[in-house]
Ligand binder design. Sequence first.
Ligand code: GCW
Length: 716
Amino acid sequence: MRFSLSAALAALLFTLAATASATAPPNEDGYDLWLRYRPLDKSAQASVQAQARSIVLPGAATPTTQAALDELQKGLGGLLGRAPAPATRIADGALLLATPARLPELNSNTSPLRAELAALGNEGYLLRQTRVQGHNVTLIAANSDIGLLYGTYAWLRDIGTGAKLEASSAPTLQLRLLNHWDNLNRTVERGYSGQSIWDWWALPDIKDQRYTDYARANASLGINGTVLNNVNSKPEVLTAPFIAKAAAIADVLRPYGIKVYLSARWSTPLELKETSTADPLSPEVQAWWKRKADEIYKTIPDFGGFVVKANSEGQPGPQDYHRTHADGANMLAATLAPHKGIVMWRAFVYAPKGTHIGEDRAKQGFDEFKPLDGQFAPNVLVQVKNGAIDFQPREPFHPLFGALRTPVMMEFQITKEYLGFSTDMAYLGTMFEETLQADTMTAAGGRTVAKTLSGIAGVSNIGTDRNWAGSHFDQANWYAFGRMAWNQQAKAKDVAAEWAALTFGADQRVVAPIVKMMMESRETVVNYMTPLGLHHIMGTGHHHGPAPWVDNLERPDWNPVYYHRAGRDGIGFDRTAKGSNALAQYAPEFARQYSDPKTTPEQFLLWFHHLPWDYKMRSGRTLWAELLAHYDKGLADARSLHDQWVALKPLIDARRYTEEEQRLTRQMANALLWRDACIAYFQSVSGLPLPAGVKAPAHSLEYYKSVTFPYAPGHW
Ligand code: GCW
């Protein structure tokens, strides 16, 4: 009896295991990103096969078209099980890759595509089921080989998501860059995904396969430039050995349309002891930079240019010599101009120690750069962070957008310095969309932030972790940045759906719930960290965890208490005319709307206003009760994110399921810590009781103050 029972049990377990392995998808480690090319089902395979019976590229292959052909081999090999061989003759069912140079009839007066192609510029593409030379083909057409590569990725993407073929697409911005904050010793400032992928020691001789896969991933999104090193830069990066290393990376990235840029340290020639000063007006300094630019272009003929962090957070700059940011930027720009290089000069500056420290930090970038407008050389762009403080979970757009005639680059932070690193889930597509679509009100009828841009940069979240980004969901932030750099009108939700389908498979039972989680995630983080316009109340230095009580740092504007200004009388930073008047930096109509708390969107309320705790919110609740409700909602939603993921378990491969489940569990704990610590602290300041139904924090304020995060990553 005992024997047969255990036999029955064994049989049952065997059946369960067999069923589980039959349904659960195979494990994945995330290395393939959104370019996974897992087999399609039979009917989808048949329809793709019909579009690509052969692959035809008229004319000779170039490194870029070779990259497209290689991707098709890889992609169709995975999706269909085998890829068609390249053919030379156009036939029915061919997948045809053509530019007017390769197939002159595309440009003939009778070509129906001529005008459409002409409108696509150098990088755009069109996808079309059409007839060419009497044959039914699927056409990927563009004006250049890089357009063909982008079109190839778009075609593969449409297959992966199950979408119908995109008609045509062209980017609005020419500069679509990643900024790596990677140090030469391979640590990454604000990096939460391992070491820098750039192995400077092994370069230039040893070129990791990752560089090619990095290029593929970026080209698939249309990213066309990358700044290899941290804006807190070192002089060595501009010495010959490192230029040779950068050149080796540039060689790998070039076929994929990606240019290499470097962060230049202002005082490089002085620190290398090759000049006696770093004054931009010194002929010796100018000559040095000219020689340096010539040297770089000799090694990297298509070098993109420099990004510069000057006179910011202790970095050297032209102001050390009583020169302006424009003097500095223009001097570098003059050395790059003959080579068609550019300077991206960062506007992330705030008063150096000891100088007008009394001024609202949110105003300082504008105050420095607005008066210089019109003084910059044509190949200078001012690179502006999305908000005026620093990559907070939510910030209003920076007032420099729309205020300058000088071309402006957007700087987003893809790595989540202030949003829970790569351990908390926060899909940033919604944040990118919110900022890009915000109305600067700098023109009649409105003018979105997107419309004010000449380029866009994202601070990379890429590292040596097997999954590249620290977590699977953080891959989506790289993806969303790239897709929205290509098209600023893209909707975060559509981008999330694309990413989810490509990353987890185009099954609506998986895609729809994942998109829902993604779309909720960033607001969840805002709620448990910095609701209602609160900002910069994170832990000192590493910026992890709650620390609203901190008031003892070297500079007042590094202290959380400086930003939330909570006291018995109320909470929030008054940036109206009664306060710092930062609102005066915005367009008059914007300033008018945001000067009145009643017409200020509540998500920015405490950013612009200092209000009494009993201020009546739109919900009818007091500000105090509303603040508590937001913290509670943040915690509840963090728990819900976890539960939504758990419900997906049967449909996700075990490895990725577990890796994310562990993170979402950790996020619940982090949300609880934030909620409890902030409530304990703000209650100690407001002196108000917790309304009925609001749970008291689990510990004393002293306990929360004692929580530390030794060796938190990303902070050197
Ligand atoms: O957000 C802050 C970061 C610094 C960073 C700086 C900047 C590269 O805490 O780590 O330095 O901004 O953007 O320059």
